[in-house]
Design a protein around this ligand. Structure first.
Ligand SMILES: [Zn+2]
Length: 215
């Protein structure tokens, strides 16, 4: 099994991520919330106490090299290829109705969805092996690839973070990046960048155009 090098040594992520080495490194808005507990459990092995009333939803990739550090009764979880939530907005709304206030979106390095072009033929074969006509499998994979493929794991996380903030105006969204080498969370530096807030824009109403464009 291939384990990628640490993101700290990876040129691609240089100056873009901050490792959480203590509670002080956690952005203020997340302190004292289930997001802080998630980070402390992941990076320092702190035990998580389940309240039985989950306020946290975690969205991450289907990646088998990453295991969530949460016990049962602690959070809702959406796991999808690349970790993006697009297409699962209804699930987010449902969990909000159950009391969720925080959404942790976890990206990771060496994501298969960043190499989808190279893996596409194999995915088509997978559908064919399940009885799909080849034409239908090719068309389906081509269509899905535009939604699932990512060029860069951290950039994709940023785009999804901005998209989610525009759709869920009251939810606290925490983008986190997990390094598959050491299984530690890093906080993207663009979280605290005013430019990112500018891209999200203020206001509490969601654009109808965005809602109409949801899959
Ligand atoms: Zn992945």
């Amino acid at each position: 099994m291939y384990i990628p090098p640490p993101v700290r040594a990876d040129e691609k992520y240089r100056d873009l991520l901050t490792v959480v080495e203590s509670r002080q490194d956690i952005p203020q808005e997340w302190q004292g919330t289930p997001i802080e507990c998630l980070i402390m459990a992941q990076n320092f092995g702190w035990p998580i106490q389940s309240t039985g009333k989950p306020e946290l939803l975690i969205a991450t990739c289907i990646e088998f090299r990453y295991a969530l550090p949460v016990p049962r009764m602690y959070s809702y979880v959406i796991r999808r290829a690349s970790g993006r939530v697009i297409g699962s907005e209804f699930s987010v709304g449902y969990t909000i109705a159950q009391g969720v206030k925080y959404l942790a979106v976890i990206g990771h390095n060496d994501c298969g969805m960043s190499q989808l072009e190279a893996k596409k033929a194999g995915v088509i074969e997978a559908f064919v092996s399940q009885g799909w006509p080849r034409d239908a499998a090719e068309q389906y994979v081509a269509k899905q690839a535009t939604r699932h493929a990512i060029a860069d794991e951290l950039l994709a996380l940023k785009e999804e973070y901005i998209r989610l903030r525009k759709i869920f105006r009251q939810l606290v969204v925490a983008p986190l990046f997990v390094c598959l080498h050491d299984s530690r969370f890093y906080v993207p530096n663009w979280v605290s960048d005013p430019e990112t807030e500018k891209l999200i824009g203020d206001g509490s109403a969601v654009d109808l155009e965005i809602i109409d464009g949801l899959p």
